[in-house]
Structures are given as C-alpha cells and as structure tokens.
Design a protein around this ligand. Structure first.
Ligand code: CU
Length: 158
C-alpha cells in the first residue's frame, strides 16, 4: 500500500503542516509615542525585529495616522516593495532572507522607520546600509543598524 507516490504525498503534507506550525506571527505596533521612551514620538514597536523565513508580520494601527512602506534599496534582491494604506492593519509574509528597511510615509522625515531581519543570510546588509535618508530618518536608521551590529556580534560571539 505504501507506493512511492503515496509516500511522497504523506511527506509533502507533513512538510506543509510543519511549515505552517513553525511559521510564527509577529506584530509591529504603529504608535504616536514610544512606551519605553515617552519623549520619542512616531515609532514602530519593535523597530528592530528578527524573524525566520515564512514568518508573518502584522503592522497594527494602534494609533491613527501611520502606515508601513518598504524603503527603496533596502530589500533583498527580487523582493517587491509594499506600501500599506494609512490606518490599515497590514500583514506580510517574509519568505526571502535578508534585511528589510521600511518607513511610515507621513513620519519618515521625523524618524519613523524600522528594520525586519529575516533569517541569517544578510547578503543585502551593506547595500541597505548605504541608502541615504532625509531628516531624522538618517539618525533613526543609523541607530537601528548599530543595534543590529551589536546583536549580530553577540550572536557570533556565542
Ligand atoms: Cu507614522
């Protein structure tokens, strides 16, 4: 009864099942002010997020007037940009490993930006880091890359 085709079917369904069981869902809140640092306004929380390929991230419009849009030049090769509507609860599945930079369109120049780090292959890290930014986004991305460097160093050190 265990024909090769049957075996393959069983294997494929187990594979699909395990993928959906292992894939995690994450939330990034879009906020008027940072709960950890109340003086900081217009933030994604967490602004630096580490996930695995196949995981889903939902951008939650906790406060009004924000959106999530991928930043040109800050995506792995071949990945399409996203641009959600203002106040939209927006989910996106990340299947390609790499560094993803994004921003809130109304508050980009005020520094409302974020990074999603997918998996371990960060081949586009150097390129993403080179992208130029306007206003407070420059400092905000620099801080996120510094934090990323620190986390990666810690990961490599252990
Ligand atoms: Cu915003």
């Amino acid at each position: 009864m265990c024909t090769p085709v049957f075996k393959r079917l069983v294997f494929t369904s187990l594979l699909l099942l395990s993928t959906s069981l292992w894939a995690e869902e994450h939330e990034v809140l879009m906020l008027d002010s940072d709960p950890a640092e109340p003086g900081r306004t217009n933030v994604f929380s967490p602004a630096l997020l580490f996930i695995e390929p196949g995981d889903t991230v939902t951008f939650v419009p906790t406060d009004k007037g924000h959106n999530s849009a991928a930043k040109r030049g800050m995506l792995p090769e071949g990945v399409e940009r996203w641009n959600s509507s203002i106040d939209e609860r927006f989910s996106i599945e990340f299947t390609t490993e790499g560094v993803y930079g994004y921003l809130c369109v109304p508050h980009y120049e005020l520094g409302m930006v974020g990074l999603v780090i997918v998996g371990d292959d960060l081949a586009n890290l150097a390129e993403a880091r080179k992208v130029r930014h306007a206003g407070a986004a420059r400092k905000a991305f620099r801080q996120l890359f510094d934090e990323l460097d620190a986390q990666l160093a810690e990961r490599d050190g252990n």
